[in-house]
Structures are given as structure tokens and as C-alpha cells.
Design a protein around this ligand. Structure first.
Ligand code: ATP
Length: 317
């Protein structure tokens, strides 16, 4: 449904996107993740036909990105979407449906269906008086007025409260169920993990990892083991003993202790150490790395946005 080959976008001497190639299948939710300035928005704007590529081929729904027909097949949700404050959701969405020449009765039905699915109340309220979450839902409904095959969503759920975030993420999953193809960018990797089939990770304009979330996790992240015990394993910080050479950290969780270790040998070492302390292992669980862990491994710095005000978000490079 989307083919991008050798995409490059430069602004003067500066390359915002370098040699980017990927394809997105019909009915897939495809994620683009990466730190600030990685080139995500530039990529999405090229897909939406809003920015011309400097080099490379971009095809969406069978049309090149400079073909006006491509724009008709596509719904774009920008990161910031200023709405006409004096309009109501209904009048605003009808206005955009008219721009796409959608017949009035079809538009009314489509708009009502989208707003129902997004659970947007107060449809006659002035947009200027609506909350951020309500406005975002109206912007999402706007991306659907032309019944596009492809949706390009830049940070659809960022800055929203948890309830609205969940509602927007659930809605995005539903789009896949209705056969739409979605390209989705987000800082919050939980959003990406919970919605996307496949992702590319961008850094400094380049794709640095790609694949299914699980595949990327397997290649770049390490499974750890959580060993729950009824007493703390002894001598974690002692120079001798079963855990002296093991990379283990122990913390109290309720009335138990949880020791995190990297492999099964270390699990056995915890078992010995806890027996030496007069206790026993009560549970062992594996912990898969989150996409956040993987991102740190690949890019070498924390994701911005999750660490607001955190100096660590700025580096190290
Ligand atoms: N119109 C422009 N003129 C010059 N430089 C630009 C322009 N648009 C984007 N850039 C630069 O290109 C780089 C990539 O920007 P882009 O917005 O695509 O990144 P991003 O991954 O979406 O970042 P963020 O997460 O901060 O939104 C940035 O360094 C940005 O400053």
C-alpha cells in the first residue's frame, strides 16, 4: 500500500531524511519511532504529499506522492492541528467533507459514525471551548471524512490524559480491523507497542532498525528474569557467596523480594543465596524488554517526551 525507496530530504545542506526505504502492507499499522529530530515528521509529511522529496520514490495507494489523486486516498493528522475555534465539530467536519466533494448525506453518516466510535460528546459545542482531548478527536475524525485508504498520524495520542489516550489507541487499532492502512509516529513507545504491527526506528535521518516489535525486541533487547523470594537472598553485596559474581539487583515488593538477573545460571545462584538465608524461591518470571529498553540499546539515549525536564533526554549522543 505504501512503497518508499531511497527517500532523501534535505533543507539546504542539512539532510533531515537519508536513504530511507520501507514498505507498508494494506491493513497494517506501521510505526515510525525515534528521538527528536530523527526525521519522523518529515517522512510523514512526504507520505502525505505536503513535502517534496529531494530524492527517491514514494508511492501511496498506487499513486506517486506528487499526484493529486494520492491526496484524495489519504487522511493526514498533523502533530498540531489548529481547528477553527468558532465552528462546532459537526460544521467543521462538514466543511472538510465538502472540500472533498462528499455528498451531504454520506458526510453526515460518516461524521456521526466517526464521532460515535471516538465517543465524542458535545458535538454542538464551539471548538474553541473544547478540551485538548476533544479537539484531538475532532482532528482524527477530520482525517476520515474522505474515507481514505491510508491514514498518516503524527503523534495521535501525545499529551492526552490516560482515558483519552486509550480511546485514541483503541480507535487506531479498530482502523486496522476496518482494512485501513495506518502509519503512526509517537514518542511514547508504549503507544507504538500497543498499536503497531511493524516499526522502523529512525535516528539522525536514517532507519537504524526495522521489523516487528517482537523481532526487534529479540534482536536488540535481552530477556531478564525476576526471581521472587520470601526473604532477601543473602550476601548480594558480599565479595563471596553464590551471587558475588552475578549481575543481580534486589528490591522489596510488598512482603516479598524481587531479584533481577540476566540468565538461568544466575537464577540458580539466587536460589542458593536465598536458601543460605533460610528462605526459598516462590516465583520466577521472565521479563521481556520493552521497546523503550530496545530503543536505548539502539540509539544510546532515552526517548524524549517520557522524561520531561530530564537532562538525560538531551544526551549522551
Ligand atoms: N522546514 C525545515 N527547514 C529546515 N530544517 C527542517 C525543516 N523541517 C525539519 N527540519 C529539520 O529536520 C530534522 C528532522 O525533523 P523532523 O521534524 O522530521 O524530526 P522528528 O523526528 O519528527 O522530530 P520530533 O520528534 O522533534 O518531532 C530536524 O533537525 C529539523 O530541525
Amino acid at each position: 500500500m505504501i512503497e518508499v525507496a531511497g527517500l532523501r530530504k534535505t533543507y539546504g545542506d542539512f539532510a533531515a531524511v537519508v536513504d530511507s526505504s520501507f514498505s507498508v502492507d494494506e491493513g497494517e499499522v506501521f510505526g515510525i519511532v525515534g528521538p527528536n529530530g530523527a526525521g519522523k515528521t518529515t517522512t510523514l509529511k512526504v507520505l502525505a504529499g505536503l513535502v517534496d522529496p529531494t530524492d527517491g520514490d514514494v508511492e501511496v495507494a498506487g499513486f506517486r506522492s506528487d499526484d493529486p489523486e494520492m491526496r484524495r486516498r489519504l487522511g493526514f493528522l498533523p502533530e498540531e492541528s489548529p481547528l477553527y475555534e468558532e465552528m462546532t465539530p459537526r460544521s467543521y467536519l462538514r466543511f472538510f467533507a465538502d472540500l472533498y466533494d462528499v455528498p451531504g448525506d454520506v458526510a453526515d453518516e460518516r461524521i456521526a459514525a466517526a464521532l460515535d466510535r471516538l465517543e465524542l460528546d458535545h458535538r454542538e459545542r464551539r471548538l474553541g471551548d473544547m478540551s485538548k482531548g476533544m479537539k484531538r478527536k475532532v482532528a482524527i475524525a477530520r482525517s476520515l471524512v474522505n474515507d481514505p485508504d491510508v491514514l498518516v498520524y503524527d503523534e495521535p495520542a501525545s499529551g492526552l490524559d490516560p482515558v483519552t489516550t486509550n480511546s485514541v489507541l483503541a480507535f487506531t487499532r479498530e482502523l486496522r480491523a476496518t482494512g485501513k492502512t495506518v502509519v503512526f509516529s509517537a514518542h511514547n513507545l508504549y503507544h507504538v507497542e500497543s498499536v503497531c504491527d511493524r516499526v522502523v526506528v529512525m535516528n539522525e535521518g536514517r532507519i537504524v532498525a526495522r521489523g516487528s516489535v517482537d523481532g526487534i525486541r529479540e534482536r536488540h533487547g535481552e530477556t531478564t528474569y525476576h526471581v521472587y523470594t520470601d526473604v532477601a537472598p543473602s550476601r548480594v553485596d558480599q565479595p563471596t557467596g553464590p551471587l558475588s559474581d552475578v549481575d543481580a539487583t534486589t528490591e522489596a515488593v510488598g512482603d516479598r523480594f524481587r531479584t533481577t538477573v540476566p540468565d538461568m545460571d544466575a537464577v540458580e545462584a539466587v536460589r542458593e543465596a536465598v536458601a543460605a538465608a533460610g528462605g526459598e524461591v516462590v516465583d520466577i518470571r521472565t521479563r521481556e524488554p520493552s521497546l523503550e529498553d530496545v530503543f536505548l540499546d539502539i540509539v544510546g539515549r532515552p526517548m524524549p517526551g517520557r522524561y520531561a525536564g530530564d537532562a538525560a533526554a538531551e544526551g549522551p549522543e
